[in-house]
Ligand binder design. Structure first.
Ligand code: SAM
Length: 175
C-alpha cells in the first residue's frame, strides 16, 4: 500500500514539474518570439506543398512546437530540422521521433534567435505580429538568396510575399 502511494506521489510530482516547466517556458517563448499554438494539420500540409520542398533540400521549422511541421516535411525526404526552446515540447518531439524513427529528422533545443539559418532552403515560421520585423532582419541578413520562408498567419512589414494562400505567405530571400 505504501509503495502504491509513493508511486502515485512520484507520478504527480513529475506531472507538476513538467507542468511548471511548460508554463515557465511558454511565458518565456511568448516574450521571446511566440507562444505555443500548433498549426492545424490541414494547413501544415498546405505549407509544405506551397514550399515545393524536395529530397535534396534542407528545411527548418523555427519554433517547432510538437514537431508536426517537421514530421510532415520529412515525408518529402528532405533533411528536416526543428528548433524549439521549450524542453517539454522538445522532448515530446524527440519521443515521437523515437517511436517512429526517421533518419532525415533532427530536433535541437536552442533559442531560434541564435540559430544558424544560412544553409536552409525552406524555413517555416508561425510567429506573432510584434516579432515579425526583428525576425525579418535576421532572415534577410542570414539566409541565402533564393531560400523560401513560409509564414503562417503573419506577414513581414514592407516585404512583398510571392504567394498568398489563405493565411499562408511565401517569401523569397533576395540580395
Ligand atoms: C506558434 S508556435 C508554432 C509551433 C509549430 N511551428 C507549429 O506551427 O505547429 C511557436 C513556437 O515557437 C517556440 N519558441 C518561442 N520562442 C522561441 C525561441 N526563442 N527559440 C526557440 N523556440 C521558440 C514556442 O515554444 C512555440 O513552440
Amino acid at each position: 500500500m505504501t509503495s502504491i502511494i509513493a508511486a502515485i506521489y512520484s507520478v504527480l510530482g513529475l506531472f507538476y514539474v513538467l507542468l511548471f516547466l511548460f508554463a515557465a517556458y511558454s511565458l518565456y517563448a511568448m516574450i521571446s518570439a511566440a507562444p505555443f499554438v500548433p498549426t492545424a494539420k490541414k494547413r501544415v500540409k498546405k505549407m509544405i506543398s506551397l514550399s515545393g520542398l524536395r529530397n535534396d533540400m534542407t528545411m527548418m521549422d523555427l519554433g517547432s512546437g510538437d514537431g508536426r511541421i517537421v514530421f510532415e516535411a520529412a515525408k518529402t525526404g528532405a533533411h528536416c530540422v526543428g528548433i524549439e526552446i521549450n524542453p517539454v515540447l522538445y522532448y515530446w518531439s524527440r519521443i515521437k521521433q523515437g517511436i517512429r524513427p526517421r533518419k532525415n529528422v533532427l530536433f535541437r533545443r536552442e533559442s531560434l534567435w541564435e540559430t544558424d539559418v544560412s544553409h536552409i532552403d525552406v524555413l517555416t515560421i508561425f510567429f506573432i505580429h510584434p516579432k515579425m520585423e526583428k525576425l525579418m532582419k535576421k532572415l534577410r541578413t542570414e539566409m541565402k538568396p533564393g531560400a523560401l520562408i513560409v509564414s503562417y498567419a503573419f506577414t513581414f512589414p514592407g516585404w512583398q510575399y510571392e504567394i498568398k494562400d489563405d493565411k499562408i505567405y511565401v517569401y523569397r530571400v533576395e540580395r
